[in-house]
Write a protein that binds this ligand. Sequence first.
Ligand SMILES: NC(=O)c1ccc[n+]([C@@H]2O[C@H](COP(=O)([O-])OP(=O)(O)OC[C@H]3O[C@@H](n4cnc5c(N)ncnc54)[C@H](O)[C@@H]3O)[C@@H](O)[C@H]2O)c1
Length: 505
Amino acid sequence: MAASNLLVIGVVGAGAMGRGIVQLFAQAGHAVRCHDAQAGAAAQGVAAVSAQLERLVEKGRLSRADFDAMGARLHACQRLQDLAGCDVVVEAIVEDLTVKREVFRALEAVVRPDAILASNTSSLTIADIAAACERPGRVAGLHFFNPVPLMKVAEVIAAVRTEPEVVDRLRALTEGAGHRAVVVADQPGFLINHAGRGLYTEGLRIVEERVADPADVDDVLRDAMGFRMGPFELLDLTGLDVSGRVMTSIYEQFHQEPRFRPSSLVPPRVAAGLFGRKSGQGWYRYEGGGKLAPPARPAPPLPAGLTLWIDPAASGAEGLRELARAAGVVVTGQADAADLAIVQPWGQDATHAALAAGVDPARCVALDPLPPLALRRTLMLTAATAPAVRDAAQALLAADGTPVTVINDSPGFIAQRVMATIVNIAANIAQRGIASVADLEDAVPLGLGYPSGPLGWGDQLGADRILAILQGQLAATADPRYRPSPWLTRRVAMGVPLVTPEAAR
Ligand SMILES: NC(=O)c1ccc[n+]([C@@H]2O[C@H](COP(=O)([O-])OP(=O)(O)OC[C@H]3O[C@@H](n4cnc5c(N)ncnc54)[C@H](O)[C@@H]3O)[C@@H](O)[C@H]2O)c1
């Protein structure tokens, strides 16, 4: 490796990812050589990167002098042999193990013995690629996200034989380019795609069980929990054909771990071509590039003289009482005398919560206590809620103009189920040491766009509540996908946070 911090970086593959990686390292001041097997592709890639940089000059974000210097250090190479002097080579070619192995073998014959060889693979095992090499200790993963310059995180994947020094050098290279580098074990989905499983699989399961429609799931998670997009909007963006394959691949690579079980709703939709935005229809329809959301169910009128009973154990009881007062609804302390009863369970369905509170399920609904009352309210029906009771509850909860989502009975509402699944998967990532807690907490907001790291989010919502939701789901379904991670149960038992100050460092 050259003594100075400025290196010679090789990039093999000048497609979407290769171009982004070339741009990132060129902007960081390194000399970058780009090679592609397809004639002319490397030159096209380098030209596309120059055009991107030119745009930054036009916007005043890059000086003309820096642009010229970057251009002078940027080269398209027709032959792989031209990568001979590279300190690090990052491979971003087609996702095919046989082809990647051939390229790594060929690279070994070209580069210096101390040069690092890194793969940008999303789904292959790094050890499988390294096994083709004479010196597997210098092979690692360096997994970027699309678009590379804007997605400011990269996973440095340490395969079982990767030398620690190689990991350190890749981390320094990535952080020197302004991206957060997280060190990850060579496990399926690495860190970020692994941590992202919960949103999709639990969202699909809620729809599969006919608890709610895709738009309801998206509305609640986006509006009430702060996700940039709900799981169905995301699936439509990435394409169900692509995401469906990833879901199945990670499930199979983890030897059919129930937490990652894909949904039987997916294959028929893929077969029918309902991929999402790119095919004009997925979970939503698209016209002129815009999503056509199904119309929201309008709030019915509030019946006159309604009497309301609120479960005294409800955590949002005070807010509900205020809402009732403002809407002119009489609150009674006697469940038998009320037209409408509201319960607020954690991890329990509305029917069982009504029975546990001693109220008639026909006159009862449940309100999700998890999201703040002010953003979007989720109203869950029991198996017997009368239509007039449902309408009265929706009218009351919408009386101050807050949107209301009405769903069918389920242990844990939409937000509770999805949040508990995300935190549980993150706890298991920590249990397995796939990444440090600090790296996990930083990588998830940067890579998935979530408003918070998953374990810190669990602390905010209450780790004991997350555990109660999982236990409720497990008790109601006997599905091992909901079994709580021992990493979570131990911390709840001790009353210590999921992210301790030492772990956050
Ligand atoms: N696209 C993404 O969002 C994304 C995100 C993270 C990781 N990845 C991974 O990055 C890699 C590249 O993905 P992409 O989307 O840029 O693909 P792409 O299809 O856009 O580009 C691949 C390029 O590699 C070239 N190529 C194929 N075989 C080659 C060989 N033997 N030698 C040299 N060049 C060769 C092709 O000509 C093409 O230009 C894959 O491993 C993919 O899994 C992709």
